[in-house]
Write a protein that binds this ligand. Structure first.
Ligand code: ZN
Length: 237
């Protein structure tokens, strides 16, 4: 079931990005397309919630997979336009946006999970709309072009950790802890503690992590597992 939901929404996301990519004529249309694409999260979040709790292991896995796909598509869209348009970014406008929209950029974890980047993007876009309303020393198209590159900068920082096999491995492991943080115990608490993390192997020799968890509220125990498809790449560099 989880796989079917992922496949279905991956197709929808790819299609939406593809269609949006063909209608980009100005920085403003690019930003509108970016918003439209980000809006897809509500759909797959809702669809996933019909089958799984989004605070349960399966639900979290589905959402994380789709968030990553969404962000990849968004990057392709923004990057494609930036490459074609070749508009120069005003460095002062870029600086202005970083200060106004993401003053806490240094607090971003080294290996962020997709949903964190999603919320950064949404917050940045809302902040950008407010800036446009307030008015500034910059022309609107100038700011819009800088905004496209601002968003690309955030996306690149995230996606670079998902592209090289070695950083991808570390990013996968960092995500395990983020899943634990979001898991809800049957007692209702979101307070699982990792008691043991063990690197295991399937009979076929595929490595995976097993996390033994205990709820700090009721003491209930459970184990969850994560595939580590990039573990072996660590030894090939
Ligand atoms: Zn509990």
């Amino acid at each position: 079931m989880a796989r079917r939901i992922v496949e279905q929404h991956v197709r929808a996301l790819d299609q939406a990005a593809d269609e949006a990519g063909r209608k980009l004529t100005s920085p403003a249309t690019v930003l509108a397309a970016a918003c439209g694409l980000l809006g897809h999260r509500q759909r797959y979040f809702g669809a996933t919630g019909e089958h799984f709790s989004v605070q349960e292991y399966d639900g979290i896995q589905v959402i994380d997979a789709l968030d990553e796909r969404l962000l990849r598509n968004l990057r392709v869209l923004l990057h494609g336009y930036a490459e074609r348009a070749r508009k120069k970014v005003d460095s002062k406008a870029a600086e202005f946006l970083s200060q106004k929209l993401t003053p806490r950029a240094k607090e971003m974890p080294q290996y962020p999970v997709g949903y964190m980047i999603y919320f950064w993007m949404v917050t940045a876009i809302q902040g950008f709309d407010a800036l446009l309303d307030q008015g500034s020393a910059f022309e609107r198209p100038e700011l819009e072009t800088a905004m496209i590159h601002h968003l690309l900068g955030i996306l690149d920082k995230y996606l670079v950790t998902r592209e090289k096999p070695v950083t991808r491995h570390f990013s996968d492991v960092a995500r395990e802890y983020s899943v634990v943080m979001r898991l809800k115990c049957s007692c209702g608490a979101e307070k699982f503690e990792v008691k043991l993390q063990a690197l295991c192997q399937t009979p076929a020799g595929e490595p995976y992590d097993r996390l033994d968890l205990q709820c700090k509220e009721c003491g209930g125990q459970r184990s969850i597992t994560f595939d580590l498809p990039h573990f072996k790449d660590m030894y090939q560099v």
